[in-house]
Each structure stands twice: as structure tokens, then as C-alpha cells.
Ligand binder design. Structure first.
Ligand SMILES: NC(=O)c1ccc[n+]([C@@H]2O[C@H](COP(=O)([O-])OP(=O)(O)OC[C@H]3O[C@@H](n4cnc5c(N)ncnc54)[C@H](O)[C@@H]3O)[C@@H](O)[C@H]2O)c1
Length: 508
């Protein structure tokens, strides 16, 4: 069995492209001997030159000692074929995403390597179990999934296939730590952990736009300012490239046998067909000039500042906080139980839309607007109308809400606004990952924060909002649409019902 702590650890890396060169750099700088191979001698040479350049830059910037850099570079050797890896303790395969090629490589390595060596694939989307099926020793085959760029991204997913033995994944966890990474264990499944957990953010953003609730920049602004994401879903798809983003969405949907929760949207398919791929083509959801995203101007808030406002009840005192904002802007607050004639009714639904709230509370839908009580009274406010809200009522509420300088995004009716529904889906998918035993609750949160850069992990975010609140949002959407896409996860339902945290593991 491989001793991951051995001082003479030798790691082979196959493929010197984007990922292979990065993995080789990470291993060599961590003091591990590296053998590197690529079927293209040009790529192999450019890979070594790239690593040399990166390490030299680290010295120039004072992040690395000269002697350490020299030693790291001396640890990297190139080999001319797979037989060159025979003395390696671990080989990480990072060739192109092609099942047949990977199987061929694994079958060859299985014969060439000693019985204690582990063979790992860096695949993003192929089944580790299927790759292992090409070998006679599937017990030592696993996934070791680095993220791009490997030197910067802390996370490594260690993936056990159906026949992978514990010693192999345990060794990979230790070696990932030796490389300065944060490993998380995940079971072999479509998208593993991170790419699975990412199936809510961009697809639900697309669904919101598809339904005419808001436009691309509006969704991005809400998710950045009100929900705290570094990038909106459409900025993210432009960065990744819509061709890649769309194919990952389709791939995981099909691998899960057309699970509605992961349903793709025709917007992205059509935009791929139109060549609007994002930054790399100069135009995606946004236009890019000299590599810079052009932000479309935001509609200015109307200057109307006078109105009598009636506010409905909301959880956690959001109605009171909103009342203060309106009063400070100069609005008159109606104290009556029901809105008086001439009042604008402001409702604060959780998981509901403005129309349903107006009907449930017997309000005049022409004089009703909704404000998201959960996301965004501070950094950005979301104001939602019913299909018949009068423009004058909308503008008065908008002007008053924007009076203190906090930006306001006006959207059309939607159960769960924009941020509630996207975040609730992120939490729900995180819950399903836990339910399916793909990974442990704390690993799900760690992986999502490190691999996707979300402000919080899905389970901890659900706990911060309250499992009952997340359940209410999902049930509201599920009731409204009748779409199984929004059905709550059993993990969420039970924990919300029991009043325990979403991070509560089974049998705790
Ligand atoms: N790029 C990413 O963001 C990313 C992130 C995580 C995982 N991955 C996975 O990592 C793997 C590599 O992706 P990449 O982006 O580095 O691809 P890449 O195209 O940049 O590099 C692949 C390299 O494999 C080489 N190659 C092809 N056939 C070979 C063979 N028979 N023997 C040796 N080398 C061969 C190619 O010459 C090329 O240099 C894929 O499985 C991919 O899914 C990619």
C-alpha cells in the first residue's frame, strides 16, 4: 500500500496542458519529485517553460526563495512515454476529456506500475468507476480532481469509484495535503461534488430570465449586491465560456437521467448557436471592449417621494425595518389593519409572488408591490410588481426605497423573487448531495466555498437562513409552478421538521 508520507514520493503527471502543468508545478513546489509527459513534445516543452516562468515570477515577487525555486525546478523531469512512469508511486492523468483514451492509458499504466501505486484521473465529468473498469486493479484507481488554475485553487476532490479501496483514497487525501491543498472526499457521481453543487446558480438564473422576471444584468446585480456573490450567474457564464457552461449543464442533466432539478434552458443553447460565448468571443451576455465588461446602465429611480404606504407582516421584523426606510424617505405609514383607499400595499413574501400575496390578503393588486424581506434591505433592494400594478404605485415605492441611495432593482412577479429562489435551490441541491451520501455535510460546505467561491456553503447558508425558511421558499415555488424541479430534498424536509441544523449528519 502506498505510504503517502514517504520522503522519496514520486508523482507522474500525464498531459502537460492547462491542468497537468499546474499540477506538476504544485507537486514540485511541495517538495515532491515529478515526472511529466505529454504526447505532444511541443506542449511538453511549453509546459516546462510555463512552470519555469511561474516559479521565476514567484521569486521576483518575493513569494519564493531562489534556492527553493531551483530545487523545485530540479524536481521536474520529462519522460518520453508511459513506460517512463514505472517507478512512480502515484500517477495523475490529465489528458483531454475522452473516455476511450483515458481507459487505454489506465490499462497501460496498470500493467507498468508496481502494485502499491495509485493511479488517479483529473477528469471533471467522466465516471471514475468506468475508467477503472479498463484495469485489472480497480481498487487503486481514484479521482484526484484539481481546479483551474491548480496553483491558486486550494480545493482537491478525491473521488472513490465503486471498487476503489479506502487505502487509495486515503493516500490521495494525504498527498493533497502534502501539496498544500484542502482535500474533500466525494463519491463517484455525475459532476462529483462541486460541479453538482453548481447546478443551481446559473441554471436558475437562466430560468428567471427565460420567464421574463428580470434581465441578465438585473439578476447579476441582485446576486452580487443582495446575496453577496463575487460574480452574477451571467458574468460567470461569460467568464467560463457559454459553450462549456452549457455543455456541463446538459451533461449533468442527462447523467442524472433527466432529473428536472438540473434541467437546462434553451436560452443558453440558442446563444451558443449564435456564437455569443462570452469573454473569449468578445460578446456573451455582456459586450467586452479591450477585455473589459461593459455594464449596461441601470434605470434611474423615479423622483416620486410622496405616498401613503401600508406594509404587510413579515418574518424577523423585516416589516419594521422596511417601515423605517419608507418613513425616513418621507412616506406616510398607514397603521390600519387593511390598506386605506389611496395607500400603496407593500407585501414581503417568502417563497411567494406578489399576486398570490395580494390575493391571499385581499389587497388591490393594482396598488400592491412586494419587497424581498430576506435578501437585500441593505445593499440592494428588490421590488416586485403584480402584472397589474399601476406604474404610479410602482414608481412611488421605487423612488421612496431608493431615496437613501441604496439601489433598487424592479422585477416582474416571481415566487421567491430572484435571490430567494436561487439561494434556496443551492441549499436544496447541497441537501441532496448530502442525502445521496456523495459527501459529508462539512465537506459540501468547504468544497462549495473553495471550488465555487460562493459566500457560504449550501448547508451553512441554509442553517443561517433557517431550514424552515428555505423549505417555505421551495414549497412556495413548488406549489406555484407544480414543477418537480423545486421539490424539497428529503434531507431538508426532515431537518426542518425536526428543528435541527442542515449540517446534522445522519445518525448523529
Ligand atoms: N481546464 C479545466 O478547467 C479543468 C479543470 C479540472 C479538470 N479538468 C480535466 O483535466 C483534464 C485535462 O484538461 P486540460 O484543460 O488540462 O486539457 P488540455 O487540452 O489543456 O490538456 C490536455 C493535454 O493532454 C495531452 N494529451 C492528449 N492525448 C494524450 C496522450 N495520449 N498522452 C499524453 N498526453 C496526451 C494533450 O496534448 C494536451 O496537452 C481533463 O480530463 C479535464 O476534464 C480540466
Amino acid at each position: 500500500m502506498l505510504d503517502p508520507k514517504r520522503s522519496d514520493l514520486c508523482v507522474g503527471v500525464i498531459g502537460a496542458g492547462t491542468m497537468g502543468r499546474g499540477i506538476a508545478q504544485v507537486a514540485a513546489t511541495a517538495g515532491i519529485k515529478v515526472l511529466l509527459f505529454d504526447s505532444s513534445t511541443d506542449v511538453l516543452a511549453s509546459g516546462v517553460a510555463f512552470i519555469t516562468g511561474m516559479i521565476e515570477r514567484a521569486v521576483e515577487k518575493g513569494r519564493m526563495e531562489e534556492a527553493g525555486a531551483k530545487a523545485a525546478l530540479a524536481r521536474i523531469e520529462t519522460v518520453e512515454g508511459l513506460e517512463g512512469f514505472s517507478g512512480c508511486h502515484l500517477v495523475i492523468e490529465a489528458v483531454i476529456e475522452d473516455m476511450d483514451l483515458k481507459k487505454e492509458i489506465f490499462a497501460t499504466l496498470d500493467k507498468a506500475l508496481g502494485p502499491d501505486a495509485v493511479i488517479a484521473t483529473n477528469t471533471s465529468s467522466l465516471s471514475v468507476t468506468e475508467i477503472a473498469s479498463a484495469t485489472k486493479s480497480p481498487g487503486r484507481i481514484a479521482g484526484m480532481h484539481f481546479f483551474n488554475p491548480p496553483p491558486l485553487m486550494k480545493l482537491v476532490e478525491v473521488i472513490g469509484g465503486i471498487r476503489t479501496e479506502a487505502w487509495a483514497t486515503e493516500a490521495l487525501v494525504e498527498i493533497a495535503k502534502r501539496m498544500g491543498k484542502t482535500p474533500v472526499a466525494a463519491a463517484d457521481s455525475p459532476g462529483f461534488l462541486v460541479n453538482h453543487a453548481g447546478r443551481a446558480y446559473t441554471p436558475e438564473g437562466l430560468r428567471i430570465v427565460f420567464e421574463g422576471i428580470a434581465d441578465f444584468p438585473a439578476v447579476d446585480r441582485i446576486m452580487r449586491d443582495a446575496a453577496g456573490f463575487r460574480m452574477g450567474p451571467f458574468q460567470l457564464m461569460d467568464l467560463v465560456g457559454l459553450d462549456i457552461a452549457h455543455s456541463v449543464i446538459e451533461e449533468i442533466y442527462h447523467q442524472y437521467y433527466e432529473e428536472p432539478m438540473y434541467r437546462p434552458n434553451i436560452i443558453s443553447r440558442q446563444r451558443v448557436a449564435a456564437g455569443l460565448l462570452g469573454r473569449k468571443t468578445g460578446e456573451g451576455f455582456y459586450v467586452y471592449e479591450d477585455g473589459k465588461q461593459i455594464e449596461p446602465p441601470e434605470a434611474p429611480a423615479p423622483s416620486v417621494k410622496e405616498a401613503s404606504i401600508w406594509i404587510g407582516k413579515a418574518p424577523d421584523g423585516a416589516d419594521k425595518a422596511l417601515g423605517k426606510i419608507f418613513a425616513a424617505a418621507g412616506a406616510e405609514l398607514s397603521k390600519s389593519k387593511k390598506p386605506a383607499k389611496g395607500d400603496i400595499a407593500v407585501v414581503l413574501p417568502v417563497g411567494g409572488d406578489a399576486t398570490t400575496a395580494a390575493l391571499a390578503e385581499d389587497l388591490d393588486p393594482k396598488r400592491t408591490v412586494a419587497v424581498d424581506p430576506i435578501f437585500g434591505l441593505d445593499a440592494r433592494r428588490t421590488l416586485m410588481t403584480t402584472p397589474v400594478t399601476e406604474a404610479a404605485c410602482r414608481d412611488a415605492a421605487w423612488g421612496l426605497l431608493a431615496a437613501d441611495g441604496v439601489p433598487v432593482t424592479v422585477i416582474n412577479d416571481s415566487p421567491g423573487f430572484v435571490a430567494q429562489r436561487i439561494v434556496a435551490l443551492i441549499v436544496n441541491i447541497g441537501c441532496n448531495i448530502a442525502q445521496q451520501r456523495i459527501a459529508a455535510p462539512e465537506d459540501i460546505d468547504t468544497a462549495v466555498k473553495l471550488g465555487l467561491n460562493y459566500p457560504q456553503g449550501p448547508l451553512e447558508w441554509g442553517d443561517a437562513l433557517g431550514p424552515d425558511v428555505v423549505l417555505r421558499i421551495l414549497e412556495g415555488m413548488h406549489d406555484f409552478y407544480g414543477d418537480p424541479r423545486y421539490r424539497p430534498s428529503p434531507w431538508l424536509k426532515r431537518r426542518a421538521g425536526l428543528g435541527v441544523a442542515l449540517r446534522t449528519p445522519e445518525g448523529a
